[in-house]
Design a protein around this ligand. Structure first.
Ligand code: SF4
Ligand code: FES
Length: 265
């Protein structure tokens, strides 16, 4: 298939009323939305601002909305977009910088809140503290067996590329900007499931709080649109089950904070 498509692109900067500008873009069987934007930038309008990097669904920087739905520009072929006109707009819920470029800060702020890096369960010797000789420092890296229950949970949720597509699509973020959002909570599930990890109670307390999982209305849009096939809705539901179980165990006085939940949820 070949021909021409009309790109109707949102233009403008922070605080400005969005206006739309139209461009004619050649179409082909494998032409993507990102190819169309690059064509505009190269041949028609050098002032158009948008972001991309890998062109291979790996960096997560090219997220935007195509005809109202969140997509990666680099993996969305024009042949899969119905109609002659392709409306291209920036992601929602993130401050606009210019045209299709947004500021990811609110998304990464939520990400930071859940402590997204692995925290070892027992730091052997933290700076400024006397060495604890009762803590044995393992000689080998700790491993999780491929068939371990926690591995099944973590594998399903670990390939996030921080595209913020789920964050933009989430209707709860629309009404509650303080909501942590699907990606941050999915990351948190991976970390609280890892039996080698620490900071588990802190993460659970955060997820149990005002910004956490109980705000999720299970719309499932995040899972439908995630370009990496992650299932944030299922991750959030699992976090809810872990929290309910934790509350019940606390109620009867048998909760052991250090225990992994992975094999029991
Ligand atoms: S969970 Fe999926 S949609 Fe959300 S940021 Fe990660 S890769 Fe993007
Ligand atoms: S350019 Fe990297 S994910 Fe699209």
């Amino acid at each position: 298939m070949s021909g021409e498509r009309i790109f109707r692109v949102a233009r403008g900067g922070a605080g400005e009323t969005a206006r739309y500008q139209e461009y004619r873009v050649p179409e082909g069987d494998r032409v993507t939305v990102l190819d169309g934007l690059l064509h505009i930038h190269r041949y028609l309008d050098r002032t158009l601002a948008f972001r991309y990097n890998c062109r291979a669904m790996m960096c997560g920087t090219c997220g935007l909305r195509v005809n109202g739905t969140e997509r990666l520009a680099c993996s969305t072929r024009l042949s899969a977009v119905p109609g002659r006109t392709v409306i291209v707009e920036p992601l929602r819920h993130l401050p606009l910088i210019q045209d299709l470029m947004v500021d990811f800060e609110p998304f990464f702020d939520a990400w930071r809140q859940v402590k997204p890096a692995f925290v070892p369960a027992r730091a052997p010797r933290e700076s400024g503290q006397a060495p604890d000789e009762s803590v044995r420092v393992p000689d080998e890296p700790a491993r999780i067996a491929p068939d371990a229950p926690e591995r099944q949970v973590i594998d399903r949720h670990r390939e996030c590329i921080s595209s913020a597509i789920c964050y933009s699509a989430c209707e709860v973020v629309s009404v509650s900007p303080e909501f942590l959002g699907p990606a941050a909570m999915t990351r948190a599930l991976c970390l609280i499931t890892d039996s080698r990890g620490g900071a588990r109670e802190e993460r659970l307390d955060l997820l149990n709080g005002e910004r956490g999982c109980w705000r999720c209305h299970t719309h499932t849009t995040c899972s439908e649109l995630c370009p990496k096939g992650l299932d944030p809705t299922a991750a959030i539901e699992q976090v809810k089950r872990i929290l309910v179980r934790r509350s019940l165990l606390k109620l009867v006085g048998v909760y052991r904070p250090a225990a992994s939940e992975s094999s029991r949820t």
